[in-house]
Design a protein around this ligand. Structure first.
Ligand SMILES: [Zn+2]
Length: 292
């Protein structure tokens, strides 16, 4: 599959203007002809994840191709939500595989493997990455693998093997996020370890708005679970998606053991510091070219 000619897949289209106040205070503007050289060089330097992100310390890069998510919101096939004992994992089947192209992905196509969540025992510390010193209630990771390696397992230890899109979820006292309710209904059916349930195949539509309109941060890092392979192009969206405290609380009901005495209440890896005086190059890019 080439990833460019799958029928029946919807692609994202930006419906809003790029933010006017998004210029980093200390940015480097990378010119067009340097864009691909920068990606080559950037991929040589790998780091452990998660990390702290800051807008002012990011490299401002406006010359990537637009980052495109294809098929993630399609209402077809089967979506299966599973309690693995460590997190809740969503996988798709019987449908064209959603994929990512563009942005920092350097002409490669990355196919959707699974989506999972991180959370902790309180609403102010369940995310893995920290943005501008802020921690949020949950972080969701949509894991993709480079199509040229054929499958996730083969891709997982390659320098350009994986791409993960991450979003923050912020719990507030406000009403439930109605778009997130399909995930929450599902999570209540998988409290036992290794239990699975099918949910609506368009269950990721709560991510759509954030993924389509804003800029994102990208860096070369690692898996945040064992074996911590440094094979991930991270793509992180900074604006949190709002959900209710109760919606997050249902995730803490998941059991991590067969005896059902232990709940999954903290599946967050702490922030990793780069070795020595090495600096992590985090790039801030817009989802879509400003001029197009
Ligand atoms: Zn994760």
């Amino acid at each position: 599959m080439t990833g460019t000619d799958i029928p029946g897949i919807t692609r994202n289209q930006c419906v809003c203007s790029p933010p006017k106040d998004a210029e980093p205070a200390r940015s480097q503007l990378v010119v067009d002809h340097d864009a691909h050289m920068l990606v080559e060089e950037w991929r040589l330097h790998k780091f452990q994840s998660p990390i702290e992100l800051s807008h002012k310390d990011s490299i401002h890069h406006d010359n990537f191709e637009p980052l495109e998510l294809h098929g993630h919101w399609d209402d077809e096939g089967t979506a299966t939500f599973t309690n693995t004992g460590k997190t809740a994992v969503l996988r798709f089947s019987d449908r064209a595989v959603p994929y990512l192209v563009g942005g920092p992905l350097h002409h490669d196509t990355y196919l959707f493997e699974q989506l999972h969540f991180h959370w902790s025992d309180d609403d102010s510390s369940g995310c893995e990455h920290i943005f501008e010193g802020m921690a949020y209630s949950m972080e969701v990771h949509a894991v993709h693998y480079n199509e040229k390696y054929g499958d996730f397992k083969t891709a997982a230890d390659k320098p350009d093997g994986l791409a993960v899109i991450g979003f923050f979820l912020e719990a507030t006292d406000n009403e439930d996020n109605p778009c997130f309710s399909e995930m929450v209904k599902g999570v209540q059916k998988i409290t036992k370890i290794n239990n699975s349930t099918n949910i609506a195949p368009d269950c990721l539509n709560w991510i759509k708005e954030e993924a389509q309109c804003k800029g994102y941060y990208t860096y070369q890092g690692s898996l945040t679970t064992e074996p911590y392979l440094e094979s991930v192009t991270w793509i992180l969206y900074p604006t949190p998606i709002h959900v209710s405290r109760q919606q997050v609380a249902y995730f803490r009901e998941l059991k991590s053991t067969v005896c059902e005495r232990v709940n999954i209440v903290n599946n967050v890896r702490p922030i990793q510091s780069p070795p020595g005086d090495k600096k992590i190059n985090v790039i801030y890019a817009r989802s879509h070219k400003q001029s197009d």
